[in-house]
Every structure is written in C-alpha cells, then in structure tokens.
Design a protein around this ligand. Structure first.
Ligand code: AQP
Length: 340
C-alpha cells in the first residue's frame, strides 16, 4: 500500500499519570509544539484511559489531566492551531481499540518490552488494560488516519505495532483503509535517562523524585538535582566518541543539547575538558532559563480549571468530527450492522 495516499496528519499523546518531566518535554512536548503551523494538521491528546492501566487516585487523575493540559499549552501547544483534548471524551478511541484487540495477536503483545518492564515479576497481577495498551494506542493514532507520530525512543515499538495492526487489518479485510504510520523520533534527547541511573529512562512514576526533573520544580530544586546527578570522575572529552561507555555523562550532554537547540557535538566543542563543577551549574542555569517561564505559565493556567475544561471540550468536539466517520467506516468494513 502506498503510504503517500493519505494526507499527512500528526497525532501524539501523553498520560496524566503524574507530573510532567524533562523527559516528556524534550522527547515529546517541545517537538510537538515545533510541528505546528507547518501546514500539517496536529492532534495532541491527554491519554487518560492509558493512565488508568495502572492505579490512579481519581482526584489525582482529575487534577493531573488539567495539569498536563496546562503544561502542553504553556510549552507552546496552541489550542487554536492544534486539536487538544483528553482521550476519554472521544469514545471512538475505545471503540476502535476493541476492533484492534481482535486484530492484534497475543504473540505480538508478548514481545512488547514496555509491558515486560512495567509488569516486572508481577505479570500475573497487572491489569489486562496494561497488556492491551498498545492496541488502544494504535486506535488513538489510526482513528485519525494519522501518518506521523512524534514520540520518544521508548514508544518506537508501540508505533511499529500500530503499523502491524494497520497492515493486518488492511490485508484481512482486503482494503487500503488504515495508513502505515511513521514514528518521528528526532533530536538529541529522544531518550532522557534517569539522573541517578543512566541505564533507566527518566519517568514520571519513577521511585525517587531525585531521579527526574519535573516541569514544576523550582530553580533551587533543579540545581540540587543536577548537582547530585550521578556522573563519573572524568572531565568532558573533546569528541562525542569520548562519551562511549559513559551513559550518565552522555545523558547530561544530550539534555544540554536538547535544551539549547544544539547538537551534542556542539556542546562537547564548547565544554571540552570541563569538569562537572563547571558543566553541572551551566546545565542547571540553562534548564531553569528554559523551564521557569513554562512552569510560571502552567501555574497561571491551572488557576482557571474551568477554562482548561472548556479548551478540552472544544478540542474533543473537533477530534470527534474526524474520528467518528473513520470509526463508522471501520464498522462497515468489519460488517457490523449500523441501523441507527
Ligand atoms: N525519558 C524520556 N525521554 C524521552 N521521551 C520520553 N517520553 C517519556 N519519557 C521520556 C515521551 O513522552 C511522551 C509521553 O509519554 P507518556 O506519558 O505517554 O508515557 P511514558 O513514555 O510511559 O512516560 P513516563 O514519563 O515514563 O510515564 P509513566 O512513568 O507514568 O509510565 C511519549 O512520546 C514518550 O516517548
């Protein structure tokens, strides 16, 4: 099937499963904002149904959905330019997910590394939703016939599964209905690592607050977290190759590059030979300069939850107008009777 037969459309989502991190910002949100206004429709979704695949306190989920919405707008997502809404307000996502549960194979799900990481040794006790998560994610994307999905590196496998689901649906029903979506994984910070362990990614739900930078952290907290970030005793090398085998050092250079819109090579060129006593405070200053205006704007927006809810409602109406006809065509293809 020719991928180019579909009009380009961008979709991506984020879970309201805790406070936003610098990983979410550099790996996803900043890039979502940059994709706007380039002549391609952009659809961004607060994926609350994904959040509840692990336990969420209802009040925290409610507040968290508004907080993430505020974070997206404060980071430059313009609700007048992009469609911005929360997933549960457009039921077509959940409906298409059921169809995809019946298309995806159990063997495919068994290969999903995020499920293995999140379930750990407790695989028998986690929710069925956590296991089926990638089929809902495929529905999120394909209910808009989205062609491009900007994500961090950790979501690459799920976008590839989305392609597999689209291809199997098209093959089984002998149609060219769903596009084969491309993951868009770009920039120097597509996998921001945990500040205390360079082998694990930075997560909202990681155990210790010291392992991540939260978008709402104040300047002192950001400086303290970078100061205590694990590194090695060596100074920064004069080439990027010199960072091989030094994951924590590489992570801090990548974060600097992501925040300053430079390549990691350019950062190394500026800081060749520098010790951590020089680099870490410079990184903290840069992070504060970039994040403080966003967190100030987030706090301002969160003072008016009614307005955030109105933005989500308007976005949901616009999203529904695209999603519902695609879902109905899917039902027709599958052979479900729609008589009202
Ligand atoms: N550490 C990261 N580096 C780069 N990108 C990241 N993303 C998440 N962590 C990093 C990207 O952020 C987008 C939204 O992610 P999500 O909230 O839907 O789910 P997640 O990937 O599971 O994020 P978290 O922070 O790790 O959440 P929890 O702890 O609740 O599971 C995605 O594009 C993701 O790639």
């Amino acid at each position: 099937m020719a991928e180019s037969t579909f009009t380009p459309r961008v979709f991506s989502g984020i879970k309201p499963s805790g406070g936003l991190t610098l990983g979410n910002y550099l790996g996803a949100i900043k890039r979502w904002a940059e994709m706007q206004g380039k002549g391609i429709e952009t659809i961004y979704c607060v994926v609350d149904l994904h959040a509840i695949t692990v336990w969420q306190d209802p009040q925290d989920l409610h507040n968290g959905t508004r907080e993430v919405t505020a974070g997206l707008i404060a980071s430059g997502i313009d609700p007048a330019t992009s469609i911005l809404f929360n997933q549960s307000q457009v039921s077509a996502h959940a409906e298409l997910a059921w169809i995809f549960n019946c298309v995806a194979r159990v063997g495919w799900m068994n290969r999903m590394t995020q499920f293995k990481d999140k379930a750990g040794k407790n695989a028998e006790k986690v929710s069925l939703g956590l296991y089926a998560y990638p089929a809902l994610m495929a529905a999120d994307i394909l209910v808009y016939h989205a062609t491009h999905v900007p994500v961090g590196e950790d979501q690459k496998q799920h976008v590839e599964l989305t392609r597999d689901i689209a291809a199997k649906f098209n093959h089984d029903y002998k149609v060219d209905f769903f596009p084969l979506t491309n993951p868009v994984i770009e920039g120097p910070a597509t996998r921001v690592m945990n500040l205390r362990d360079g082998s694990k990614k930075m997560s909202k739900s990681g155990e210790s607050d010291m392992e991540r930078i939260n978008m709402l952290d104040d300047a002192d907290t950001i400086a303290r977290k970078f100061k205590k970030a694990r590194t090695d005793p060596e100074p920064l090398p004069d080439t990027l190759e010199g960072l091989a085998g030094r994951p924590e050092a590489r992570n801090l250079v990548d974060i600097y590059a992501g925040l300053s819109d430079q390549t990691p090579e350019a950062v190394i060129a500026d800081y060749a030979g520098a010790g951590w006593g020089r680099f870490k405070p410079a990184l903290a200053d840069l992070a504060v300069a970039r994040l403080a205006p966003i967190s100030d704007e987030m706090k301002r927006l969160m003072e008016d939850p009614g307005e955030l809810d109105r933005i989500l409602a308007t976005g949901a109406d616009k999203a529904e107008a695209i999603a519902r006809p695609i879902l109905e065509q899917t039902y027709d293809i599958v052979g479900l009777v729609r008589s009202r």
